[in-house]
Design a protein around this ligand. Structure first.
Ligand code: PMP
Ligand code: G9A
Length: 401
């Protein structure tokens, strides 16, 4: 009725299948293997309750007040320390910017950096909400195949060379080097260094999304690419959603001051600043060691759930399927026999009481029609096997038609 009043930009907005499935499955008798929700058991409820009471007792005049756009100064100092615990050095609070979830950082930075037609390297598959945040800028996506070791760097360098030969440089690469969403892959330290060398050689930025950097539960979490960045070429984002609570809506950026300055200008127009109370709660959670002390429990729970899901897939999935074996994060990515279209199959799965995210939305070109993303962090342990069993039944039914 009122479409005629909408700006031309709105036609580039695309829904998040993850958000839609969250709505669709909420309150239904469906085992959801879809949304990447943390296990509520991992929320340090008692600690957050105590912290909130203390914050309102000691800082109410600041915690309930408007605060600075880049983030509260004391909190940014704590974020320098938290970033250092991931191996990032040579930074201070001027390199830190606090956002409403790291999703806001993605959206703001893509709007600050991308012009129509800019060449952007993305993993295939990659995080669908990042693709959607980029789409409104109408970049030219250059997809790089994700192997079991992460993005194929030989393919990447070949495509960068081709792009340059056609007179169009690459502007940036959006990459999730650790426990990737949706593939679950983790790049080696050697490949991280090589990717940075390629970015320096061909002069493009690296946008490093480290949403799961703290959630490696098998072996050590490799240092982020940002740890090797000596010139400010890497823009690093992370989030409290997986290590504290997503409902607090808190993320942060580590970047060269040139980018931080632009983010401040942009955010003044979006929401003025990130909620003050959430910042004070997270600041105290860092100071009191609540986050660091809780990580082993989170990693233990997710490793156990990953093992249960892998065993169920091994048991029930049909021949001709293959899947990733993540060392961290929340997801397993599966490739089914070519005949299967997982988007078309979703309705039948929902009827059997199980949900997943069809894989095509994680590809810039919507390929991957026979793929799916499976979340193991949110379902209860006893639901994981039953969910995979229901899903496997749906797949076998689809194969028999
Ligand atoms: C790779 C990646 N990046 C960013 C986000 C956004 O998370 P948040 O806004 O809660 O920080 C997510 C959430 N699933 C994610 O998986
Ligand atoms: O499932 C994901 O990857 C993201 C979860 C955040 C959301 O609920 O949109």
């Amino acid at each position: 009725m009122f479409e005629r009043f909408l700006s031309s930009e709105t036609k580039y907005l695309r829904t998040s299948e993850i958000r839609d499935l969250l709505k669709l499955t909420e309150g239904k008798n469906v085992i959801s293997l879809a949304g990447g929700l943390p296990d509520p058991q991992t929320f340090p409820v008692e600690e957050i309750k105590k912290i909130t009471e203390d914050v309102l007792t000691n800082y109410s005049d600041k915690a309930l007040q408007y605060t600075a756009t880049p983030g509260i100064s004391e909190f940014r100092k704590e974020l320098v320390n938290l970033s250092k615990s991931r191996g990032i050095s040579g930074i201070d609070e001027k390199n830190i910017f606090v956002t409403v979830g790291s999703q806001e950082a993605l959206y703001m930075l893509f709007n600050i950096l991308l012009d129509t037609g800019d060449n952007v390297l993305v993993e295939a598959p990659t995080y669908l909400a990042a693709l959607n945040a980029m789409r409104s800028r109408r970049p030219n996506f250059i997809s790089v195949t994700v192997t079991e070791k992460g993005p194929d760097l030989n393919e990447l360098e070949r495509k960068v060379k081709e792009s340059n030969a056609n007179g169009k440089k690459v502007k940036l690469m959006y990459v999730i080097p650790t426990a990737q969403n949706p593939a679950g892959t983790t790049m080696s330290t050697e490949d991280r260094k090589r990717l940075l060398e390629i970015a320096v050689k061909y002069d493009f930025l690296i946008f490093e999304d480290d949403a799961y950097g703290f959630l490696v539960f098998e072996g050590e979490s490799p240092p982020p690419i940002k740890a090797f960045d000596k010139e400010g070429r890497v823009i690093y984002t992370s989030t409290f959603s997986k290590i504290l609570a997503p409902g607090l809506r808190l993320g942060w950026v580590v970047a060269h001051e040139d980018f931080i300055k632009e983010m401040e200008l942009y955010k003044q127009n979006v929401d003025l600043h990130t909620p003050s109370l959430s910042q004070y709660i997270a600041m105290e959670a860092i100071r009191r060691g609540v986050i660091q002390n809780n990580l082993p429990k989170i990693r233990r729970i997710y490793k156990e759930k990953r093992d249960i899901m892998l065993e169920a897939i091994e048991t029930y999935f049909p021949k001709g399927s293959r899947w990733t074996r993540p060392v961290g994060g929340m997801f397993i990515f599966a490739w089914l026999p070519e005949k299967i279209d997982t988007s078309k199959m979703l309705e039948k799965a929902l009827q059997r009481g199980v949900a997943y995210v069809p894989g095509a939305s994680f590809y810039a070109d919507y390929s991957g029609r026979n793929t799916m993303r499976l979340n193991f962090s949110f379902p209860k342990k006893e639901e994981l096997t039953e969910g995979i069993r229901r899903l496997a039944e749906t797949i076998k039914q689809e194969l028999s038609t």
